[in-house]
Design a protein around this ligand. Structure first.
Ligand SMILES: Cc1cc2nc3c(=O)[nH]c(=O)nc-3n(C[C@H](O)[C@H](O)[C@H](O)COP(=O)(O)O)c2cc1C
Length: 193
């Protein structure tokens, strides 16, 4: 029997009421309904110092980075909702990627990323919905060996986009985010061993 795809879902924000956390939860729920085993995490639960090679040399990888890396290594794919800060990736998301990307002796390089698949989305109060950050996140993940599927959605005017129950007010937009969760799941169902 083919096993269920394992998906890790997270946002590049630690903010309590993050629009991106809400977004990734919608995609994660759809992925689960579609047959994936989904783990939703909050990067707030994985606090890490700013990456510093001196710190790495003297203290090694922080415990949170070890935990995050383990979850990523155990996953086939990622659902990532990335906020846009100054038209690019947030520090918390980039810092997490930097720590997890570090080589460990006797381990294949970039083991948490290489050959894994990601689907991206973003939400922002602005008119572009964070579209510019997706270009950068796509590039970073592609350069460290990930397959980033072409489908992506950016939700603009996020301050008025959600109902109190966390669903997007616009059913078409809600369906598009659910579609991202399904797209990743069906891709992985076809491609995992
Ligand atoms: C330092 C900083 C820079 C920002 N730059 C942008 C930007 O370039 N484009 C944009 O659409 N929103 C920008 N924003 C607004 C964020 O999109 C907004 O804070 C959003 O709520 C962050 O995502 P979250 O709700 O998931 O935390 C910026 C916010 C901060 C704090």
């Amino acid at each position: 029997m083919i096993r269920k795809p394992r998906i890790l879902a997270f946002a590049g924000s630690t903010r309590k009421d993050s629009y991106n956390k809400k977004l990734v939860r919608i995609a994660a729920h759809a992925a689960q309904e579609c047959g994936a085993e989904v783990t939703v995490i909050d990067l707030k639960d994985f606090p890490m110092p700013l990456f510093d090679e001196d710190l790495e040399r003297t203290q090694g990888m922080p415990e949170s980075a070890v935990r995050l890396k383990k979850l990523m290594v155990e996953s086939d794919g990622f659902l990532i909702a990335s906020p846009e800060y100054n038209s690019s990736i947030t520090a918390v998301l980039k810092n997490s990627i930097d720590w997890v990307s570090r080589p460990v002796p006797n381990e294949p390089p970039l083991i948490a990323f290489k050959g894994k698949t990601a689907v991206l989305m973003s939400a922002s109060p602005g008119a572009l919905g964070g579209l510019r950050t997706l270009v950068h996140v796509r590039s970073i993940l592609g350069n460290i060996g990930m397959i980033v599927l072409p489908d992506q959605v950016a939700v603009p005017k996020a301050f008025e986009a959600y109902n109190d129950d966390g669903k997007l007010r616009d059913p078409k937009q809600h369906g598009a985010i659910e579609g991202l969760g399904r797209t990743l799941t069906t891709f992985l169902q076809k491609h995992i061993a």
